[in-house]
Each structure stands twice: as C-alpha cells, then as structure tokens.
Design a protein around this ligand. Structure first.
Ligand code: TTP
Length: 619
C-alpha cells in the first residue's frame, strides 16, 4: 500500500540516475568491437534463439524489442549481434552486471546521499551539494557550462532551434527563484557525475533532476540514452496532466486499473478533480491521501542512503516442458540456488560485515489434474543458517512445507515452473561479532528447522511474524530480473516483519518489556526443554581456571558446560569481560544484566542457576 509523505519543508534536489541498456553496455565493454552495433543480450536458453533481456539503442531503431526472441530479432535486424548472458551452475550468472553496477554507484555516491534502487538505478540527494554550490558561485555569473549540462532537457522551456541557448538562459537567469536555482546546481552536478561515470567505467547513463524522488524517476526515462531532464516546479502540472496512470510507480497494477475503470481516470492529472476526502473514502485514508499528493507532484520519500542490496536473491524458471516434476529434480535445482546464495551472502559478510537473517523460498507450481485451480504455492521463510549444506537442508524443508500446503489432502501430480530463494534482513555486524551473531542464528535455526519438524517455518505473507510479502516476486519470464529487482527493493514492495530477529538486534527496542525482550524473550519462550535447547549452544563453560567461554560450538556432543539435571551453574565472578565485549551492544547490555542478577543471586544463595533465572523472568 502506498504511504503518503508530504514534501518536507525546504526544497530538495533529488536525482534519479539510470544506466542505458545496461547489460548491453557491460557486454560491449567486454567486447569493444560491438560498440555502435545493434546488439542484444539474450537469455541462455536456446529456444528460438533465446529471450532478449537487454537491447541496444542502435537495435531499437530497427524495431528490436525486449519481448522478442533471438530469431525474431534477427528477422527485423539481420545484423544484430546477440550476446549470451554468462552462465554458472546451469543458470544466468549476473555477478558481472552486479559488480559493474557497484562501480557506478561508487562514483555517484561522491556528491551526496545515494540509494541503490536496482542493479542499474540510483537515487541521489544532492540538496547539500547544490546549496553549497549556490552559496559559492552565483549562477548569474557562470559562463563556462559543461556541454552535457547545456544539452539538458528543461521541462516547460521553449524548445526551438537554439535549445542550448535557452537552457543556458534558464540555468543562469537572474530572476529565478531559489528552488529553480537549486535544480540548476543539481543539473550541473549530475552532468559532471555522468561524465565521470563515462570516463571511469565507459558506461553512459541518463538522469532526472527534480525536487522529489517520484518526479526525478519519471524524468530520467524521458530522454535516453545519455541525457538528463530537469523538472522545475512550474512544469509539474503539465507533466502529470499527460502522464498515463499506469506509468506511475505503484499504479501499474490493480489500483491503476480501478482508477481507470471505476473513476475514468486516464492520467495522473485527472485525479485533480477529486477531493482528498473522496479519494480516502474510495481507497482508504493512506492510499487516498497518497493519490491526492501524487496528482500534485507531492512526494516526501527520502533517499535512503543505501548502496548495498537489501537482500540477495536467485531464481530460475522452468517454462513449458522444462517444468520440474519430481522432488529429486527440485532438490537438484534448490542445491544449485543454495550454492549461489551461500556464496553471495558469505561474500557480503566478508566484504561488508552484514549477516542475512531470513531465508525465503518462492515457487510457482500447478496441479496437473487441476489446471483450473487458482491456489498459489505459498512462499515460506525460516531463519537463515550459514553454510551451503544448512541452507540446502532448510530450503528443502521450506519447499516440502510449501508443497504439502499447496497440495492439501489431495494426492495430485504437480509441476514446478519457477523456484527462487531470497536471503533478506541483512544486518550490519559490529566488527568481530559475526561469529556470535551466526551462533545466534544457528541456534534459532537449529531449534526451528533442523529438528525435522515445521517449527520455525513461516508463511511468507504480511501477517506472518517473519518474512516478507508473498507477492514480492515479480518473475520476469527469464527469472533473472527477479533477483535484482528484489535485491535492491525496486518497487518498495518488500515489507519485512521479522519480529523475532528484531528482538535480538534492534537497538531501538526497549530492552525491558516486562523483562521479556530480546535474548531473554527468545530463551524464555517455549517450555523449559526448548529453553534448555536454546541455551545449549551458548557453551557457558565454568572452567577451572576461571572464565566464561562463549563460542560457536553448540552441538550436543561437544558441550563443555557442566550440566546437572536441568540447570547450568555459572559463576559470574569468573566471566571474562572481553568475551562479553565481543557481543553486539544491545546483547552486551542484556548479558551484563544476567550477570548482575546472577551475582545478586550468588551472593544471596551462594550459587546461581541461569535456567532458574530465565524461569523467574517467565513467571
Ligand atoms: P532496465 O533498466 O529496465 O533496462 P535497460 O537498462 O536494458 O534499458 P534502458 O536504457 O531502457 O533503461 O533493466 C536493466 C537491466 O536489467 C537490463 O539491461 C537487463 C536486466 N533485465 C532483465 O534481465 N530482465 C527484465 O525483464 C528487465 C526489465 C531487465
């Protein structure tokens, strides 16, 4: 559901930068002899020459489109160069494209807050940089404009033969208001960034410069390739008056259809005839206000300051005769996907110290004897455990659980047409704590998933306590864009509600919610045996020489703590503080809390029991 945010006080300068025919440019950089030639990147399958996923602007002139297959493209443009996407593990390998996108992001982030919105799209908040430029250089006296700035398209100004002169006039006109002056500075900064991108990466990109994200995004696609478009406030009304509703982000689906069919609204500007109250009455308070806002070009969404992906995903589709019909074929592909996912989350952990918390499986399937059935294969989530074999084990359990639910009591023959896995809820780990965080994940997971039961597996829909919206996967027919769209949160449709993991990691949560928060809540949930199980891995060793060891060893076999019946003895005096210092801050606070209580109990009774401590919290 769209969330209405009023434009903040004070003008902002926001840019949306989008690389041109991105995969083609990456392939042309690898093979420079392809530059300037009509080129397309094709999906790896060989049916009718493979599906086109990116088309160069030279090929577009011949009428080549992304929806075509290679053979069809050759018919409309015989000289087209078809390049295959790289393949790894029998599926498309997008790493080259991801890395190329990261090169661009690192350049664009030089001038302001930067949000990586997809594999090839970035939002920039250039407000501070523009204000600074304006305070240092009055635009009226500027003479030396970069050629790229003068080629900008400024919506609303006359486009006659001397366009560059008009643009120059707009950029440095003396009567301009502050908002327009900021946009002019934004345009100068963006043109410079684009030329740096070209020089350093050889990629061209296009950009929109406006006062908010929504308008910047609309503008970046208006003039492509290698151009930029500026949206002054005075041009917004006309821009929206002609903008078909379906072109607006979040109006492509049911909401847009309802506007069209139920209200006869064809363009975003048509919405202006409805009062806010009327729109709220028809579509609810939030959506109503959001519609009222967008029809006036109001959008207060912040540029998020995120240059790393929100999640990692990989998927594969099995169209037509390729549909998977046996559990062994599903297992085979899940194993491949898990290997890729594991590699990617491990590299994220190594490079960026981020730990993924949630594993989600999405699938598409149908019942062979019940083709009419509209029932969807439910998406399933569970806490993510690191290590290929653990991810594989959990992914299979998620699939089995989904399949059971999908089939219900019927023993139907099924076919799976797409599989995808997502690792989400990527949290930063303070330096040195990754092993401990992984330990916590491992424990949550093992108590949830590896005991052979369905514990810990969650339906993946908004009402579930863990996971993301069931409809986040918009599977492109090649299964490729799926992962990247998801990764960078394209479309704002990832809505995680991972309450359990938040309890462990969110520093903002009050840690004393009647004594049942974060670790203690986790440990104290369930019956005493699950509490015991949860605590097993924490390997609290009451060593002879003193010291409390907290490490990853957690299996029942290598337990080194002393256990008597259902209690663990802990001598708080002997706890090595450096071990606690390794924990994330919020967990440190809690562990220190335990120890304080433990000391109090110790001094009162001459001994303590963590297990009893947890029991007392629970009671
Ligand atoms: P887009 O930005 O949608 O398109 P583009 O960069 O190819 O072309 P344009 O200049 O019009 O922006 O997608 C970025 C890349 O994502 C694209 O080069 C290939 C990939 N992609 C897919 O693999 N499958 C898809 O269905 C789409 C839409 C894109």
């Amino acid at each position: 559901m769209p969330i209405p945010r009023p434009d903040p006080q004070g003008a902002r300068v926001i840019a949306h930068v989008d690389l041109d025919c991105f995969y083609v440019q990456v392939e042309q950089r690898k093979q420079p002899e392809l530059r300037g030639l009509p080129t397309a990147v094709v999906q790896y399958n060989s049916w009718k020459g493979g599906g086109l996923i990116a088309v160069s602007y030279e090929a577009r002139k011949f009428g080549v489109k992304r929806s075509m297959r290679g053979d069809e493209a050759k018919m409309v443009c015989p000289e087209i160069q078809l390049v295959q996407v790289p393949i790894a593990r029998d599926k498309a390998d997008l790493n080259t494209y991801r890395n190329a996108g990261s090169e661009v992001v690192s350049i664009l982030s030089r001038k302001g807050r930067c949000e990586r919105a997809s594999i090839d799209e970035v939002y920039l908040d250039l407000t501070d940089a523009a204000e600074l430029m304006l305070s240092e250089t009055p635009l009226e006296i500027l003479e030396d404009f970069d050629e790229d700035v003068l080629k900008s398209h400024v919506l609303g100004i006359a486009v006659d033969e001397d366009k560059e002169k008009n643009v120059r006039g707009w950029l440095c006109r003396s009567g301009a208001d502050h908002r327009d002056k900021l946009l002019a500075c934004g345009a100068i900064i963006v043109a410079k960034l684009r030329s740096e991108v070209l020089k350093e990466t050889e990629f061209t990109c296009s950009a929109g410069i406006a006062h908010n994200k929504m308008l910047a995004k609309l503008a970046s696609g208006m003039h492509k390739p290698a151009q930029q478009t500026i949206v002054p406030s005075s041009a917004v009304k006309e821009l929206l008056a002609y903008l078909p509703v379906k072109k607006m982000k979040q109006l492509g689906g049911k909401l847009g259809s309802s506007l069209l069919n139920d209200l006869g609204v064809h363009t975003v500007g048509d919405l202006l005839q409805f009062s806010e109250e009327k729109l709220q009455e028809l579509y609810g308070i939030n959506t109503g206000t959001w519609l009222w806002n967008i029809s006036r070009g109001i959008n207060g969404d912040e540029v998020e300051g995120r240059i790393l992906p929100k999640s990692h995903g990989c998927g594969k589709t099995f169209p037509g005769p390729k549909a998977l019909k046996t559990t062994s074929s599903v297992d085979h592909w899940l194993n491949q996907l898990c290997e890729e996912l594991s590699e990617r989350i491990q590299s994220d952990l190594d490079q960026h110290k981020r730990v993924a918390q949630t594993l989600t499986l999405h699938a598409r399937a149908f019942k062979v004897n019940d083709m009419e059935s509209r029932k969807k294969f439910p998406s399933k989530s569970c806490p993510l455990r690191y290590g290929i074999s653990k991810i594989q084990e959990d992914a299979k359990k998620l699939f089995d659980s989904g399949l059971r639910e999908f089939l219900g009591s019927e023993s139907n023959v099924w076919k799976v047409t797409s599989l995808s896995l997502t690792a989400s809820k990527l949290l930063d780990t303070p330096l040195g704590t990754s092993s401990i965080l992984r330990f916590f994940q491992g424990k949550i997971s093992s108590s949830a998933a590896s005991d052979g039961t369905q514990k810990g597996i969650q339906d993946d829909h908004p009402s579930a306590s863990l996971g993301c919206k069931g409809d986040i996967v918009s599977v492109y027919n090649d299964g490729q864009k799926l992962s990247v769209a998801e990764e960078y949160g394209k479309g704002n449709d990832i809505n995680f509600q991972d309450t359990r993991v938040n309890r462990l990691h969110s520093p903002n949560r009050k840690s004393k919610e009647k004594g049942k928060d974060s670790i203690t809540r986790y440990f104290s949930c369930g019956n005493s045996s699950s509490r015991k199980q949860a605590f097993d891995g924490l390997n609290v060793t009451n060593q002879q020489g003193g010291g409390c060891e907290v490490d990853e060893r957690g299996s029942a076999d290598d337990r080194t703590h002393r256990q008597t019946d259902d209690s663990w003895t802990l001598n708080a005096e002997n706890v090595d503080p450096s071990v606690i210092d390794e924990l994330p801050m919020e967990i440190q606070q809690e562990v220190r809390g335990w120890l304080r209580s433990s000391k109090r109990i110790n001094s009162a009774k001459g001994g303590s029991s963590i297990f009893h401590y947890f029991s007392s919290i629970n009671n």
